[in-house]
Write a protein that binds this ligand. Structure first.
Ligand SMILES: *[C@@H]1O[C@H](CO)[C@@H](O)[C@H](O)[C@H]1NC(C)=O
Ligand SMILES: *[C@@H]1O[C@H](CO)[C@@H](O)[C@H](O)[C@H]1NC(C)=O
Length: 342
């Protein structure tokens, strides 16, 4: 062997160091690849398209309370309907409209397409039960999962709904009346949105026996009497109606331990509807006819340790009330109500 030959041993160490540096370079390359891979992954996750996909999985706009979306109740839910727009967007999908060839001069008449089998009227039917006009509800409206979207389809009454319905939207229609049986047996119904109809009367038992109902939106109607509602309510919106001094049942909200949002803006209410549950976060009563308030409307004058933490959004502006008259009324609140302190 030639071991010990100085020149050779040098060349062997040289090979060794070359091998060593190759290994090092390979390691570096793997490291760089790993870092690049992570960066690419991060970029993909952060890209708007990907996160939009995530969003659509995580939440549907319809289920979100608009005031809840950014945590704080900073923006005005009351003044503009524009905040509702993301909801309207999906809901106003043009409903399937079929015109009978025999009536070309009457394109607005909704007529059943001959090829689509008629709904059986029972739950579980793909097209849902039939409406009075003989049209299956899910053909007139859009049924997605357990939600039924009937926005802007010229409804004059509540259509029969599939029994599994949890969310019902019928905004921008011409419904004038809610009958006692309209939502009978709808044991899973959680949300009903009837914004912008022409509702004048609501049978008092129409909603009270819905065991799962949490949100009722009756904005922009002509309702004079707020109906009795179940204890499961979390949001009640009766803004822009004709609710007067006697339009709210006595102690109507007392037994709703989960009620968080009570919106009654733009009515003719002349008192704050006490007692208010401790869960309440938002009370909007602006532009009504409230003239007086008691020192114990919100707080407990017998217990100065009582703090009403949740209620941080009280709107009383636009009422003929002078909030300076009842300085003790706000001691338990995180914020003084908005209104005239004159
Ligand atoms: C919101 O409503 C107010 C009146 O209530 C109006 O002055 C304002 O222009 C509206 N804003 C939008 C964006 O429509
Ligand atoms: C509002 O109430 C305060 C306190 O009682 C009083 O000083 C003030 O004059 C009242 N303002 C009006 C316009 O009545």
């Amino acid at each position: 062997m030639v071991r010990g030959h100085p020149a050779l041993s040098i060349s062997i160490t040289a090979v060794g160091t070359i091998r060593e540096s190759r290994r090092l370079r390979w390691k570096m390359r793997m490291l760089v690849r790993l870092v690049l891979g992570l960066l690419v992954l991060k970029a993909v996750v952060a890209s708007p398209r990907f996160s939009r996909q995530l969003d659509t999985y995580e939440s549907s706009n319809y289920d979100e309370d608009p005031e809840n979306l950014n945590g704080e109740n900073n923006y005005e839910y009351e003044n503009n309907l524009t905040i509702d727009e993301p909801q309207i967007e999906i809901g106003t999908l043009v409903p399937p409209r079929y015109t009978h060839p025999a009536s070309p001069d009457n394109p607005d008449v909704l007529i059943k397409p001959p090829l689509i089998p008629q709904g059986s009227g029972g739950s579980g039917s793909l097209m849902g039960p039939n409406t009075q006009g003989g049209m299956p509800t899910c053909l007139l409206c859009t049924c997605l999962g357990s939600s039924v979207y009937c926005d802007d389809v010229k409804l004059t009454s509540v259509p029969p709904l599939p029994k599994e319905t949890t969310h019902f939207y019928a905004r921008f229609n011409q419904i004038t009346k809610i009958n006692k049986g309209d939502f009978a047996q709808m044991k899973k119904l959680k949300k009903i949105d009837l914004t912008a109809n022409a509702i004048k009367s609501i049978a008092d038992g129409a909603f009270s026996s819905l065991p799962a109902l949490e949100e009722l939106v009756l904005r922009d109607n002509s309702v004079a009497q707020l109906p009795a509602l179940p204890a499961s309510m979390t949001l009640i919106d009766g803004s822009h109606n004709d609710i007067g001094a006697r339009g709210i049942h006595k102690e109507a909200f007392k037994d709703m331990p989960g009620l968080q949002f009570l919106y009654l803006t733009d009515n003719h209410i002349d008192h704050i509807p006490v007692p208010l549950p401790d869960s309440l976060r938002s009370l909007h009563l602006q532009r009504n006819n409230i003239q007086t308030m008691h020192e114990d409307t919100f707080c407990n004058l017998k217990d100065f340790n009582y703090i009403r933490n949740a209620l941080e959004d009280i709107r009383l502006d636009g009422n003929p009330i002078n909030l300076s008259r009842t300085p003790q009324a706000y001691v338990c609140l995180p914020r003084v109500p908005i209104g005239a302190l004159i």
